[in-house]
Design a protein around this ligand. Sequence first.
Ligand SMILES: Cc1cc2nc3c(=O)[nH]c(=O)nc-3n(C[C@H](O)[C@H](O)[C@H](O)COP(=O)(O)OP(=O)(O)OC[C@H]3O[C@@H](n4cnc5c(N)ncnc54)[C@H](O)[C@@H]3O)c2cc1C
Length: 174
Amino acid sequence: MTSRPARAGGRLTGWAARGGGRLTGWAARGGGRLTGRTAHRGGGGASPVIEPEVAALADALARAVEGDVEFDDYARHLYSRDASMYSIRPRGVVAPRHAEDVVAAVRVAAEHGVAVLPRGAGTSLAGQTVGDAVVLDFSRYMCAILELDAATRTARVQPGVVQDQLNGRRQRTS
Ligand SMILES: Cc1cc2nc3c(=O)[nH]c(=O)nc-3n(C[C@H](O)[C@H](O)[C@H](O)COP(=O)(O)OP(=O)(O)OC[C@H]3O[C@@H](n4cnc5c(N)ncnc54)[C@H](O)[C@@H]3O)c2cc1C
């Protein structure tokens, strides 16, 4: 996939040609689960640039999940970095609200032939959370500590929990 609309003989083809530079489909409908930044782009910000394949993927994800679906330039730029020196623009970002969202996002990504990339705090130091994929950000909603048993030194957590959170809860309950 190219990172920009394809050019043929100097003319834009595909989405850019059809939409005349405007977003169509999911963005135009304002799909309820697309979050603020994407929805607000039409209000005077810079023109969004989104490839047709990516728009189709975003549309399908927005219909399939309850959590946030962010495919605007700003989100893709934000999630192009982790604590490493690497930078790769993801296809987009999904912040799942629950396990069913994760299942749905993985299914939709597979249908579109796109990888998924889970993300916690993004503190990996070797580019583990950047890639040409749909980033699943677990830190936003799926970050609950479900059980903490000091006696058996066990915890059951959602995948977005970071160690600091766990340590804090442990201190408060001891
Ligand atoms: C200043 C600094 C100091 C550090 N010091 C240490 C240290 O002393 N010892 C040490 O061991 N590490 C250290 N690290 C590394 C860092 O702690 C680990 O990279 C961190 O634990 C990764 O967890 P994360 O939630 O941020 O994962 P991310 O960085 O978000 O992701 C890391 C990897 O895990 C995968 N992943 C994330 N969430 C999930 C999930 N829910 N399900 C499946 N896969 C998932 C990602 O796809 C990625 O491949 C340090 C990092 C920094 C920035």
